[in-house]
Design a protein around this ligand. Structure first.
Ligand code: 15L
Length: 259
């Protein structure tokens, strides 16, 4: 990376982008924030550039990738939707971002994948491994599995380092009983992104994005091998989340997306 690095974050006005913006700010770093909706104003002293663009617009995204050292691709629909929208925004949008990265020579792309790419796997007694074969629970989950496949292609064919993070549940605090296992705190999310930006020549990887939760059922082997050191544990919120019994949906990785 150059001394003054520039990182493009797509979907920067979304929930995770908003949490990352202050946490990934560095004096020697320019965050280029891109979203289809207007972004909150740049504050004095913030090293930020804003771009209003659609991730499916190749010309616009090609322009936005100019002079960029890495891309964190968060843009897209973050829940189940109808097939045509998922296909266009999530799958074609990710193709567009990877193709723009290739044209601009961006060496590294972090893709926000999701537990829903493998949501229909039931839990077993083992930790859920890295690289678990896709078993999507929704069209949304299909798009995340497809995006991992696109990332694999762009690594093998074009040499781009592509890191697919299967995010559990990234919220300020865990919202329900399931998230005592799946929670990724905002701080750990930022720490994971920093690790993935900094690790030398990672190639293509698929890893879990989960905090150091006492009740986590997920392998962090691949994430830790890439330098991730999670700090937070959802357990501190356990008393605030009433759960008389574990729901049927919690048999599956994807939780309520599976029912
Ligand atoms: C996701 O992929 C969603 O974007 C998010 O809103 C949550 O539903 C999360 O998964 C989860 O499974 O908790």
């Amino acid at each position: 990376m150059r001394m003054s690095e520039r990182i493009l974050i797509t979907g920067a006005a979304g929930a995770i982008g908003t949490m990352l913006r202050p946490r990934m700010a560095r004096p020697e770093r320019i965050l280029r924030l891109l979203d289809i909706v207007p972004l909150p104003q740049v504050q004095p002293g913030e090293c930020v550039e804003t771009v209003e663009a659609d991730i499916t617009d190749l010309v616009a995204i090609r322009n936005a990738t100019e002079d960029v050292d890495a891309i964190i691709h968060l843009g897209g629909i973050a829940h189940e939707s109808d097939w045509n929208q998922i296909l266009h925004t999530n799958i074609h949008g990710t193709y567009t971002v990877l193709e723009a990265a290739r044209c601009a020579g961006v060496p590294r792309v972090i893709l926000a994948s999701s537990n829903h790419a493998v949501g229909f796997h039931p839990y077993s007694d083992e930790l859920v491994p890295d690289y678990l074969f896709p078993r999507p629970d929704t069209y949304y989950g299909v798009s995340k599995a497809a995006n991992e496949a696109l990332g694999s292609l762009y690594h093998d064919r074009h040499g781009i380092d592509v890191l697919c993070v299967r995010i559990g549940s990234c919220f300020e605090t865990p919202q329900d009983h399931r998230m005592l296992s799946t929670w990724l705190s905002p701080g750990d999310c930022a720490g994971l992104m920093e690790a993935l930006l900094g690790t030398p020549k990672p190639g293509f990887r698929v890893l879990w994005g989960i905090s150091a939760n006492t009740r986590s059922r997920f392998s962090l082997n691949e994430a830790r091998a890439l330098g991730y050191q999670p700090q937070d544990d959802a357990e501190q919120y356990a008393d605030t989340l009433s759960s008389p019994s574990v729901s049927e949906a919690e048999r599956y990785i994807g939780g309520s997306f599976c029912v």
